[in-house]
Ligand binder design. Structure first.
Ligand SMILES: *Cc1c(COP(=O)(O)O)cnc(C)c1O
Length: 461
């Protein structure tokens, strides 16, 4: 008998509550897809078998978090859960001040409004949809300063989320540092495929920005996942704990926006954390207008408690190893059967390279949107377009942005699906790949003004 040499990781939890899944027939899915205008965002969750639309707020909470929900202090002001959350953010992220918000975009709204003046420029290591929109609504112009490798789905660079300091310096020379209120640094970079930024790059960026007087606002939504990649890929961090790495990352920034719906293992919640006392004062003032009083920011006390507990669980090494290990498992399977995917596989998702998957469909016919629709039709698996539809239009010219990356994202909620679900997913992608030559593109028949990918409708060509 052959011995199995490799020691596999396995989920560091057992299942206590289950939620049955509904299986659908191909005819039912055909009907559901048509009704949804070939947009997976418009499908009813009931008609979905394995839901890989997003890992946002779709996490399974632990018994420890659920127990915390019962300890919600629902006082309007000064809830004890706020203080628990404040302590956890200080302890694990290291920032001085906390303003809770209903989710990440609430924090993005506050910081954009406070720091950006019309005519300003906000560089970032690639854009994120809501982040960029809030910067634009505040009168700023987003400028991409990520390294070129991030736009190349085949590049094996270990830190494709890195900032290109040359690009940043060129921007400073062109517009002047006083027109750059801050750089928005995402860790990991969702839109590049969940790609991490290195500690060395963060350190260098921090030195550069300190000299120029430019603040660094971290999008810390997926910073724990980033910390894991630093641990396994960056020299000198092998034996450091995830918590230590996370805190060091944050120490190179002035504050962060956070969507707790990702790393922090909750279904709703977010925050703005900041070191500067004046910015904090203003954020604390504005949050009352847009979210709720500064000790709840649109959240119930129980939600803040669950998030505080999620912060503790997120940095546990067994958890994060299994979380990213599951995504890698699917990535390895797809690579083995020759499916074009973004490499290296990122922290939260597999990104199918739709341009190479469906090379006959031109970008104006929405290859990634088409592929997401076909995958649903094949198997009931729901994924998401991250390509030309998500990129939106240039507000001056009215043209589509044509992003280099035309991707379909298979996003894994934390602690939700099993390895068998992963196998079924890989098999479904393979089945669509086998009939790729017969697939036709789409035409957009309804386009909303903002963040069109959420509600746009399509028809088959
Ligand atoms: C989800 C996400 C956001 C926005 O957070 P919401 O909670 O959805 O408002 C911002 N940045 C990144 C990197 C995200 O993944």
């Amino acid at each position: 008998m052959q011995r199995l040499k490799k020691r596999s990781w396995a989920e560091p939890f057992k299942i206590k509550v289950v939620e049955p899944l509904k299986m659908t027939s191909r005819e039912e899915r055909e009907r559901a897809l048509k009704e949804a205008g070939y947009n997976t965002f418009l499908l009813r969750s009931e008609d979905v078998y394995i839901d890989l639309l997003t890992d946002s707020g779709t996490n399974a909470m632990s018994d420890y978090q659920w127990a915390g929900m019962m300890l919600g202090d629902e006082a309007y002001a000064g809830s004890r859960n706020f203080y628990r959350l404040e302590d956890a953010v200080k302890r694990y992220y290291g920032y001085a001040h906390l303003v809770p918000t209903h989710q990440g975009r609430g924090a993005e709204h506050l910081i954009s409004r406070i720091l950006i003046k019309p005519g300003d420029f906000v560089p970032g290591n690639m854009y994120f949809t809501t982040t960029r929109l809030h910067q634009e609504l505040a009168g700023g112009t987003f400028v991409d300063v990520i390294i070129d490798e991030a736009h190349d789905p085949a590049s094996l660079h270990p830190f494709k989320g890195n900032v290109d300091l040359g690009k940043l310096e060129a921007l400073v020379k062109k517009v002047g540092a006083d027109k750059i209120p801050y750089i928005s640094v995402a860790a990991t970079v969702n839109m590049a495929g969940g790609q991490p930024i290195s500690m060395a790059n963060l350190k260098e960026l921090h030195a550069f920005c300190s000299r120029q007087g430019i603040r660094i606002i971290l999008d810390a939504t997926r910073a724990v996942e980033n910390a894991w990649f630093i641990k396994i890929r960056e020299k000198g961090y092998e034996s450091r704990s995830i918590a230590e790495i996370l805190k060091e990352m944050c120490s190179y920034s002035d504050g962060c926006t956070m969507s707790g719906k990702k790393d922090l293992l909750v279904n709703i919640g977010g925050f703005l954390a900041i070191n500067d006392a004046e910015i904090f004062e203003e954020a604390r003032n504005l949050v009352v207008v847009y979210e709720g009083l500064h000790t709840y920011g649109g959240l119930a006390g129980r939600d803040m408690e669950a998030m505080a507990r999620g912060i503790e669980e997120a940095v546990q090494e067994d958890h994060i190893r299994a979380r990213i290990g599951q995504v890698e498992y699917v990535g390895e399977k797809l690579k083995a059967i020759g499916i074009p995917i973004v490499q290296p596989v990122g922290g939260h998702a597999i990104f199918l390279d739709a341009k190479n998957f469906l090379p006959k469909i031109p970008q104006v016919e929405f290859p990634a949107q088409t592929l997401a629709a076909e995958l649903y039709l094949e198997s009931g698996i729901r994924s998401m377009e991250r390509g030309i539809v998500s990129a939106g239009r240039n507000k001056e010219t009215g043209d589509h942005y044509y992003p280099k990356l035309e991707l379909v994202r298979l996003t894994f909620p934390r602690r939700v699906y099993t390895q068998a679900h992963c196998d079924v997913t890989a098999e479904a992608v393979e089945a669509v790949y086998e009939r790729r030559d017969t697939i036709r593109g789409l035409r957009m028949v309804y386009e909303p003004k903002y963040l069109r990918f959420f509600q746009a409708r399509f028809e088959r060509l």
